[in-house]
Design a binder for this molecule. Structure first.
Ligand code: SAM
Length: 214
């Protein structure tokens, strides 16, 4: 992933935002040491943003599409009230094994429930409503995840969609690959959807913040 925000600016923003917890730091460091594509985890600044959004919408129930080693799931759990819950979807057993170890060490890990298997199947089986839904898995399915997320979203809830700038690739026409095309299509559909209002925030690789229109 290409860094869109200059690293000194990113570091300054990070230093002036809420700090990551010791468990999140340990998980991030192990992921960087031992996993392929460690840059997939959101990191301290976007993690702080996710925590702030969780608190701003007064979330009790969070759904995450794409857990990896559990960094963002832990951020949500840390920001939720004691009776809050996170359901997080993953297909990769190696990543899930790391996540389980860190959830067991964290005082808030019991709030997190992992659903293994393709996220679209998990979403189709879910009936309960969510205050915050974070979409951060395979880009090809972004539009499918967005459509199902709208069915599962509480009236005052928020959908957050990660990597919507895709290292700047979204500017290219024609799109260089399927993932870029899928993200461009998602951004186009959401920004033209009269059911919602949205803002594309240029934090890290771009986060689309979506809520129902009033
Ligand atoms: C970008 S990473 C998630 C990072 C995580 N949100 C964080 O910040 O710590 C995307 C994850 O989605 C998982 N994934 C990919 N396709 C999936 C699918 N169809 N269903 C569930 N998870 C999937 C991948 O295995 C990967 O671990």
């Amino acid at each position: 992933m290409e860094q869109l925000v200059p690293s000194e600016i990113e570091a300054y923003a990070e230093a002036h935002s809420m700090p990551e917890s010791p468990v999140c730091r340990a998980l991030r460091e192990e992921t960087q040491r031992t996993m392929e594509y460690p840059q997939m985890l959101v990191g301290p600044l976007e993690g702080a943003f996710l925590k702030m959004m969780t608190q701003l919408v007064d979330a009790k129930r969070v759904l995450e599409i794409g857990m990896f080693t559990g960094y963002s799931a832990l951020c949500f759990a840390e920001a939720l009230p004691s009776d809050g819950t996170v359901i997080t979807c993953e297909i990769n057993e190696k990543s899930a094994a790391v996540a389980r170890r860190y959830f067991a060490q964290s005082p808030v890990g019991r709030k997190i429930s992992i659903r293994m298997g393709p996220a679209l199947d998990t979403m189709r089986a879910l009936t309960g409503m969510f205050d915050l839904i974070f979409i951060d898995a395979d880009k090809i399915n972004y539009l499918n995840y967005y459509r199902r997320a709208l069915d599962l979203l509480e009236p005052n809830g928020v959908i957050l969609i990660d990597n919507v700038l895709w290292s700047g690739e979204v500017l290219k026409q024609p799109p260089p690959d399927e993932s870029t095309a899928a993200i461009q299509e998602l951004n186009r559909v959401v920004s033209n959807d009269p059911q919602v209002t949205a803002v594309l925030v240029t934090i890290r690789d771009g986060v689309l913040v979506v809520r129902r229109a009033r």
